[in-house]
Write a new protein. Structure first.
Length: 260
């Protein structure tokens, strides 16, 4: 027999009777178990279906309320659309009518229109705008405000001047360096021109000698003399080409204003 059975089973005395204490101890435990079973069965059979039904009814009421409010808003918007379209057309007609009237006035009064156009044009320029401001709204400013404004303008002007000084200093340095390089280049170009001209003169002398040698070889008979004369003629032609190229380069240097 288990411990639970020992606990629940009434113990008998030697005389065969059940003690009152055993009956009393087993009875409360059984009452508690019966009460818990009744509570659980009551929840399953009554409370749970009622809770489900209440939740379902609440959801249905919410859905009906949402559908009713949506339908109401939609009908209100649908009823308001014709009125909105009518108001839009009214404002549109009034707008275009106003433009038409203004164009008619402009066409009928060209002098006034011209004056307004001139005034607007003057206001667009900075000088007239500042002049009008100084002589109208500028008069209402206090001397302290005018002084602060002038001081601010002076500071901005000083900053601009400092920036321009720095930029001008850099540009002057670059110009001086370029001028220095240009002078060195001019000197180098002049020296090269002089050397080219000297070399052209030497080439001209060699060309003259080759021409004289060709004249001398024409007087000599034989194939060897003819072959040698052809060789000298080729050398003279090459010297003439070199001299012409040097003379062109010298003329280009002279066109740059450099003495050669």
């Amino acid at each position: 027999m288990s411990e639970d059975e020992k606990t629940l089973t009434p113990q008998t005395t030697k005389t065969g009777q059940v003690p009152e204490s055993s009956i009393t101890s087993a009875s409360p435990s059984k009452d508690k178990s019966d009460k818990a079973d009744k509570t659980w069965h009551s929840y399953i059979s009554e409370d749970l279906p009622r809770t489900v039904q209440q939740s379902t009814d609440s959801a249905l009421r919410s859905a009906r309320s949402f559908h009713h409010s949506s339908s109401t808003h939609f009908r209100t918007l649908r009823d308001f659309m014709p009125q909105l379209g009518s108001q839009y057309r009214t404002y549109e007609d009034a707008f275009f009518l106003k433009i038409k009237d203004e164009l008619t006035k402009v066409r009928e009064n060209p002098a006034v229109t011209g004056g307004i156009a001139v005034a607007v044009g003057l206001l667009l320029f900075r000088g007239p705008r500042r002049f009008l401001f100084r002589h109208t709204l500028g008069r209402f400013q206090s001397e302290e405000a005018q002084f602060i404004r002038a001081e601010k303008n002076v500071k901005e002007l000083n900053l601009s001047v400092d920036l321009m000084k720095k930029e001008s200093g850099k540009l002057l340095e670059r110009a001086a360096l370029a001028e220095k390089e240009m002078k060195h280049g001019q000197i180098d170009l002049m020296n090269a021109g002089v050397q080219i001209q000297t070399l052209a003169r030497s080439v001209h002398k060699a060309e003259t000698k080759a021409t004289d040698l060709m004249d001398l070889l024409r007087e000599l008979p034989g194939r060897e003399a003819l072959k040698l004369r052809a060789e000298v003629a080729s050398v003279a032609s090459h010297l003439r080409e070199q001299r012409i190229a040097m003379e062109k380069k010298t003329m280009k240097i002279s066109d740059l204003g450099l003495p050669v």
